[in-house]
Design a binder for this molecule. Structure first.
Ligand SMILES: NC(=O)c1ccc[n+]([C@@H]2O[C@H](COP(=O)([O-])OP(=O)(O)OC[C@H]3O[C@@H](n4cnc5c(N)ncnc54)[C@H](O)[C@@H]3O)[C@@H](O)[C@H]2O)c1
Ligand SMILES: O=P(O)(O)OC[C@H](O)CO
Length: 320
């Protein structure tokens, strides 16, 4: 079975490298120059330099080439997903579509699985998420992820097909819990980066991670997710990785805010739009999401750093 991965950013490329050690993979990029460059160099010099492509990784620039692939991984940013699916509806209909992005959509507040189901009801929707840096996966370092699919039989097939010697995949049918964990941990990571950038120390970060986790659980419970999903790789696991690693773009954006430095606006930082999307949704539903709201306000310059830090770290005393 050939697998197609759409989106040749860091993550799509890393998955393609890892999985193509075991089975043929087509890696699609939208940009013709990037396609030509990857074909010639046999690596993604733009997004993941220094990670050579295995022989069974085929670079493609024509989406028509994926017609024989039953399973398609979507590794493009969350806020671009709806438009992408709408434009390519016909070729993707009837396939199993696995979202590899992390975030909630601005305007609707829903995650990638919901967007897939909404735009392409004729597809089976799943999500692959969890603690993993593209560079680690591409280098063959051990990684564990969560695969969530509402149809458990299909989920078991995906779990088997996508696992490799170094990529261990656990599965669940709780797609909402998996979506929320991956999306919300990025927002908390921005807050943690800001606290560290402002020099407030590791104890403050631990407090924020813990209260951030409580905030994640609160929204997840409200939306009907299983709390054990949030306690797993896609929630607690990814929260831990992203809030503590300089490799994380979300963490680094937060750190820049805390230091008062600028940040490259072209970098993919899913937590920024997600903070706003979740803040809006929480307001609509009357939910208390204090950390998310502070991050959204900070990113929109509605709050200065000093006031933001005060709000994050001086919440009213209450029971844990
Ligand atoms: N990089 C990681 O370590 C990592 C790990 C796990 C999950 N993710 C998730 O994977 C997703 C993608 O992140 P990334 O790191 O690959 O980002 P990236 O910035 O490296 O790449 C994004 C890719 O999406 C493509 N793209 C953007 N808009 C598009 C559109 N409208 N149509 C088609 N392609 C489009 C770009 O050309 C680019 O190749 C994010 O949701 C991220 O949270 C990333
Ligand atoms: O670089 P980030 O912040 O997008 O994090 C990458 C992954 O989501 C970590 O699991």
């Amino acid at each position: 079975m050939t697998l197609a991965i759409l989106g040749a950013g860091a993550f799509g490329t890393a998955l393609a490298i890892s999985i193509s050690h075991d089975r043929p993979v087509q890696l699609w990029a939208r940009d013709a120059d990037q396609v030509a460059d990857m074909k010639a160099a046999r690596e993604n010099t733009l997004r993941l330099p220094g990670c050579p492509f295995p022989d069974d990784l085929r670079v493609i620039g024509d989406l028509g080439d994926i017609s024989g692939s039953e399973t398609v991984l979507l590794a493009i940013p969350m806020q671009k997903l709806r438009d992408f699916l709408t434009r390519h509806h016909d070729i993707l209909s009837g396939k199993t579509l696995v979202a590899c992005c992390k975030g909630m959509e601005l305007g609707t507040g829903v995650g990638p699985v919901s967007v897939i189901r909404d735009v392409i009801p004729g597809a089976e929707a799943a999500i692959l998420t969890g603690p993993s840096f593209a560079a680690d996966i591409a280098r063959g370092l051990p990684t564990a992820l969560t695969l969530a699919c509402g149809d458990d039989e299909r989920g078991a097939i995906l779990q088997h097909d996508l696992s490799t010697a170094n990529l261990r995949i656990y599965r669940t049918t709780d797609t909402i819990g998996a979506e929320l964990g991956g999306a919300l941990k990025n927002v908390i990571a921005i807050a943690c980066g800001a606290v560290m950038g402002a020099g407030l120390g590791e104890s403050a970060r631990a407090a924020l991670m813990t209260r951030g986790y409580a905030e994640m659980q609160r929204l997840a419970e409200y939306l009907g997710a299983d709390p054990t999903t949030l306690a797993g790789l896609s929630g607690f696991g990814d929260l831990t990785l992203t809030c503590t690693s300089e490799q994380s773009r979300n963490y680094r954006l937060g750190r820049s805010l805390g230091e008062g430095n600028s940040f490259d606006a072209k970098t993919t930082v899913e937590g920024a739009a997600t903070a706003q999307a979740v803040h809006d949704m929480a307001q609509d539903h009357g939910l208390d999401m204090p950390i998310t709201s502070v991050v959204a306000a900070l990113l929109e310059n509605r709050l200065d750093m000093k006031t933001a830090m005060k709000r994050l770290l001086s919440r009213p005393l209450k029971e844990e």
